[in-house]
Design a protein around this ligand. Structure first.
Ligand SMILES: [Zn+2]
Ligand SMILES: [Zn+2]
Length: 346
């Protein structure tokens, strides 16, 4: 089968791999849609040496995928062959306290895609059956790939921020995760100000009806966020960029008792704040993807509010053109980029 790997140094390539066989309690998924994630770009930028040291260059890239179950291993009752599913990508041991609570991201034996095991940018992927989340018929496979990470991450973050009509929210970073966070938070009732240094992303957010935007290269973003929150600052802020300056600004823009949610991956965890946290009694928290037990809530929320999640998709590429897709994603000018796969007809 064709499988996408990332050797590092800004390269991705297709490699032939054997079709994987499901072991006990595993299912095999025939992928029908997958996507490029901002977190894949961190891998793309790593050096070839670093990628090879960990063996990451050999593993299939991608953690946002949906498809059809086409084989099941011994002992699997659900899902069944032919079921439409989304691959949840934080695969835990299934037995520890975190796994039992639906939070496998905290499992000590976590096996992430392109980290410990092969990911979803391949014709087939094998995962434990309990991580194959059911995809209802009113959502297509592209929706499934969006739910797998970006939309789910946005939902988790907006909930962590306490988004509601009783507060104001700032979102820094208006890439796909940021745009989905804006969409979720506004549907929860919160007025949102968005921050990004790319004018194309600001335009995209404006076209989606965001309440206000600010570009820190053109004006004082902290002042704009504070004004948006009524002068003293916003009630909560979410950073999806992972950029130290953006995170610091998002924290500086908070009013007393404000809450900051760290979502974007950053290699530094240093903040450069203009006022101390203690004098404003700020809460800092993190949010990672969504919890297994939030799956149905997430689908229901998108369905109930008729959220146009496909509106964030800007490009679709066949997997053969993955190098072009990553080049475009790296430019920071695109919305969500999806990969298309040969459709399985029933
Ligand atoms: Zn992702
Ligand atoms: Zn576990």
């Amino acid at each position: 089968m064709q499988s996408l790997v990332c050797p590092g140094d800004h390269t991705v390539e297709l490699r032939e791999k054997p079709i994987p066989q499901p072991g006990p309690e595993d299912v095999r998924i025939r992928i029908q849609a997958s996507a490029v994630c901002g977190s894949d770009l961190h891998k793309y930028r790593q050096s070839a040496e670093e990628r090879a040291t960990h063996g990451y260059d050999q593993l299939t890239l991608g953690h946002e995928g949906a498809g059809i179950v086409d084989a099941v291993g011994p002992g699997v009752l659900h899902p069944k062959i032919g079921d439409r599913v989304v691959a949840y990508h934080l695969i835990g041991c299934g037995a520890c306290e975190y796994c039992r609570a639906g939070e496998p991201g905290f499992c000590r034996d976590i096996e992430g895609f392109n980290w410990v095991r092969d990911g979803v940018n391949a014709e087939y992927v094998v995962i434990p059956a309990r991580y194959a989340l059911p995809l209802p018929d009113d959502f297509d496979f592209e929706d499934g790939a969006l739910f797998a990470c970006n939309v789910g991450t946005a939902y988790g973050a907006a909930r962590k921020a306490g988004a509601s009509g009783d507060m104001t929210l700032a979102v820094s970073g208006l890439g796909p995760v940021g745009l989905y966070t804006v969409m979720m938070a506004r549907a929860m009732g919160a007025p949102v100000i968005g921050v990004d240094v790319q004018s194309s992303r600001i335009e995209l957010a404006n076209s989606m009806g965001i309440d206000m935007t600010v570009n820190p290269t053109e004006s004082d973003a902290v002042a704009a966020m504070r004004d948006f929150g009524g002068g003293d600052g916003v009630h909560a802020s979410i950073d999806t960029s992972g950029n130290t300056q953006a995170r610091s600004a998002a924290i500086d823009a908070l009013r007393p008792h404000g809450r900051f949610v760290e979502v974007g991956l950053g290699h530094e965890t240093v903040y450069a704040l203009s006022t101390p946290l203690n004098m404003r009694e700020i809460t800092l928290t993190g949010s990672w993807i969504f919890k297994l037990y939030e799956w149905e809530d997430l689908l229901d929320f998108v369905r109930r509010h008729k959220l146009p999640i496909k509106s964030v998709i800007s490009h679709r590429f066949p997997i053969q053109d993955a190098a072009d897709a990553f080049g475009l994603a790296e430019s920071g000018t695109a919305g969500k980029i999806l990969f298309t796969w040969p459709a399985v007809t029933a």
